[in-house]
Design a protein around this ligand. Structure first.
Ligand SMILES: [Ca+2]
Ligand SMILES: [Ca+2]
Length: 274
């Protein structure tokens, strides 16, 4: 899950999984639910099982309307095994044994956001705004904490630059962290609408894409930012928000480009159509 990162001759990948099966044992489930005594689970027998009934079509591998032990055990075993943020030798070849891992970290793994490696620290952010930093050499935990005032869901990956790490929560809170072993929250910027995309750093600017707009933030403390470009035409019923933060400020509105000449007028005569 997420993109790998490279640290020296180590590649750090993240694999999701579980230590325990996500389903109970088949025998216990049949003993509880198998009303017609055929040793299998029908949809009718299973529909009150809130923990797993929604997966019934997937459990019933051959689609005959009943789940037998083999089908159950296949699904029950999914995700069991070695998982975590895992550091592997970069130049490995072939199928690696679990023992090839230089280190493995199994807690606070994000589901979607990729990690970021910056200034010698490995960062992960997961739902709840939980930020975990590790030593990329050893996998040792450096700090685990929450992004202040931004405890929501996270789909965007953290990005880093200018000695800071930027987190974007789904509800549109952009948190700026200091870097280093004892990172702290510098600022929380409320974009006022959802943010699902990973911010992009270009030169000295941070580009943030919210539901309806693209913002460009520069590094001019105390100056208000403006929207960079309107991406859609939502029914705005409120004035454009102005955001001011000492760490996350100032964009320049980009004027529309001059209308280009139609392409056919710029082509050599021999290539023109008609
Ligand atoms: Ca049955
Ligand atoms: Ca079946």
């Amino acid at each position: 899950m997420g993109s790998p990162v490279i640290h020296g001759d180590t590649v750090i990948v993240r694999a999701s999984g579980f230590s325990e099966p996500w389903l109970p044992a088949f025998s216990a489930t049949v003993a509880k639910l198998d009303k017609d005594g055929d040793g299998q689970l029908s949809a009718a027998e299973s529909r009150n099982e809130q923990d797993w009934f929604e997966h019934f079509p997937g459990l019933d591998g051959n689609g005959n309307g009943r789940v037998d032990q083999r089908e159950w055990d296949i699904m029950r075993g999914l995700g069991i095994g070695e998982f975590g943020a895992v550091a592997l030798p970069l130049h490995s070849r072939g199928k690696l044994e679990a023992s090839a891992a230089r280190w493995r970290f199994k807690r606070n793994l994000p589901y979607v956001p990729a990690p970021v490696l910056y200034n010698g620290t490995f960062y992960m952010v997961k739902d709840g705004g939980i930020v975990t930093t590790l030593d990329p050499e050893t996998g040792a935990l450096r700090k685990q904490g929450r992004a202040e005032k931004a405890p929501g869901q996270y789909l965007a990956s953290p990005v880093a630059g200018d000695g800071k790490v930027y987190l974007a929560s789904e509800e549109g809170k952009i948190t700026v962290l200091t870097t280093g072993a004892e990172w702290e929250t510098l600022a929380v910027n409320d974009m006022g609408e959802e943010c699902y995309a990973t911010p992009a750093i270009v030169g000295d600017r941070v580009l943030v894409r919210t539901r309806s707009a693209l913002y460009s933030f520069g590094n001019t403390p105390g100056v208000r930012q403006k929207k960079y470009a309107q991406l859609t035409r939502p029914p705005f019923d409120k004035p454009e928000r102005q955001i001011c933060s000492p760490y996350f400020v100032r964009a320049t509105r980009v004027e529309p480009q001059q209308r280009r000449q139609p392409a056919r007028q710029r082509l050599p005569r021999s290539q023109r159509l008609g």
